[in-house]
Design a protein. Sequence first.
Length: 149
Amino acid sequence: MPSEACEVDISHKIQLKNILRPFDDDNEGTVMDDRGTLVQIIDGQMPFTHLVYLDLQTKDFTTYRGSHYHEKKIEVFYIISGLVEAQFYDLDTKWEGHLTLTPGLKLTLFPRLAHRFRAIEYSQMIEISPLPYDRSDVFPFDFSTLDNH
């Protein structure tokens, strides 16, 4: 979990949960049997109006998706396949962090957390949000200013 690697508590900005396991108290989890795999990503805690499928290619390791933050939007990402590098910057605490996301992880990002994603290998993920897409709530963030210190 990213907050273990920093001195500030960012648990109100980012949550990481492995749901590639039996159902938990939130009724989230995975069932695998001879019929296939069922993954319940969200069950009742958050209605959603925005659902996106992301197909991340590895043609150029300098290309990221994201590089922005939101003032209102909460985003939930579920990693279906592959390996994804995620980079974060909390605008309020100035915390910086990285995660490597693997299949079965559910990542929840809260407002004012800049984020970007890069495929380490071909990857598939979905994005879910309780708010519809609003172009006016997408604020570009230049991560290159962080790479120099």
